[in-house]
Design a protein around this ligand. Structure first.
Ligand SMILES: NC(=O)C1=CN([C@@H]2O[C@H](COP(=O)(O)OP(=O)(O)OC[C@H]3O[C@@H](n4cnc5c(N)ncnc54)[C@H](O)[C@@H]3O)[C@@H](O)[C@H]2O)C=CC1
Ligand SMILES: O=C(CO)COP(=O)(O)O
Length: 312
């Protein structure tokens, strides 16, 4: 059995897809729906999928997917790490924890030192996975044997997993692309055009690669599904919440604050990390200021455009 913790859009979508391989138990802290999760409208839950508020029931599984937002994961582990330790724990969170300035894998390893830690990430909208559309993801685990076993266990004919042992690189790609997607959305929302967005994505990718290299990631991981693949998807699709949030910032429109937008907190975490380590991350700094409301879009763009001309 597979247990999935977090009955939001992504946890539910993975539960629907993985039921094709065997029984799945999906845990949510508040399940106030029956046939259809409002975060994933139009998706019928298959037989073989158990949805529960009983955490013990989901923890009967030896493989647990943690489908919680990055800023929620730390507090969840504070409360439940003891019950998770020793299991195979796969995080799907795409963000950097603001409290510890680390990605989900380090948070889990710290709370659950005997667990096998893995990361599932890459270009994939929950709605696409739930509808059974073809999707390719990265499964990262430092233990190559565990990576291979998980790859087999979590792949389906339409959900193809590629494996890597570069956990840091894979999780950084997923976290950082959300920040760049907010910036790309801001550019589009402000009416600056597709050429400006392409420039932003390219310079954003350079920023991602610089930071990931500094933190020990392999360069080829950043050009894979979890990096460039997810960056491309998120910066170009109106399905992305990060991109839509950026569009709202750029156009001055309201945005529903209950929507999960991982890139906003992650930009602040990156800004702190840049100050700590003396790094130059201008796009993350700009997104952090924009999200805090401390900078107008005009000023943000002026700042980016007035940076010194240099070699690419
Ligand atoms: N939605 C998508 O298309 C994709 C999402 N992801 C990632 O998956 C992670 C989860 O995202 P979504 O499921 O989309 O978010 P969501 O906003 O749909 O769901 C988040 C869930 O977390 C639950 N939650 C919040 N605080 C909690 C707490 N303290 N304890 C227990 N549960 C709590 C909420 O009740 C909600 O069910 C994020 O890091 C996201 O970046 C990754 C790939 C695709
Ligand atoms: O990570 C995602 C696609 O790979 C989902 O992106 P959003 O969180 O921006 O909706």
């Amino acid at each position: 059995m597979i247990g999935i913790l977090g009955a939001g859009a992504f946890g539910t979508a993975l539960a629907v897809a993985l039921t094709a391989n065997g029984p799945v138990t999906l845990w949510g802290r508040r399940i106030d729906w029956t046939d259809e999760n409002p975060r994933l409208p139009g998706v019928t839950l298959p037989e073989g999928l158990t949805v529960t508020q009983d955490l013990d029931r989901a923890l009967q599984a030896d493989t647990i997917l943690l489908a919680l937002p990055a800023q929620v994961l730390g507090a969840f582990l504070d409360d439940h790490a003891g019950r998770l330790d020793g299991k195979c724990l796969v995080s799907t969170a795409k963000g950097i924890d603001l409290r510890h300035l680390t990605g989900p894998s380090a948070l889990i390893a710290q709370g659950c030192p005997r667990a096998t830690v893995a990361v599932l990430t890459g270009p994939s909208f929950a709605a696409d996975i739930a509808r059974g559309l073809p999707t390719a993801l990265t499964l990262a685990c430092a233990d190559p044997d565990a990576a291979e076993a998980l790859q087999q266990r979590l792949s389906t004919p339409v959900l193809r997993l590629y494996r890597t042992t570069d956990v840091i690189g894979a999780e950084l790609g997923g976290a950082l692309k959300n920040v760049i997607a907010i910036a790309a959305g801001t550019v589009i929302g402000a009416g600056l055009g597709d050429s400006a967005r392409a420039a932003l994505i390219t310079r954003g990718f350079a920023e991602m690669t610089r930071l990931a290299g500094h933190l020990g990631a392999r360069p080829e991981t950043l050009t894979g599904l979890s990096g460039l693949g997810d960056l491309t998807l998120t910066c170009t699709s109106g399905q992305s919440r990060n991109f839509r949030y950026g569009c709202a910032l750029g156009s001055g429109k309201d945005f529903d604050s209950a929507t999960t937008v991982e890139g906003a907190a992650t930009a602040r975490a990156l800004d702190r990390m840049a100050q700590r380590d003396g790094l130059d991350l201008p796009i993350a700094a700009m997104v952090a200021r924009l999200a805090e409301g401390g900078l107008s879009v005009e000023k943000a763009m002026d700042r980016l455009l007035s940076r010194p001309l240099k070699e690419e």
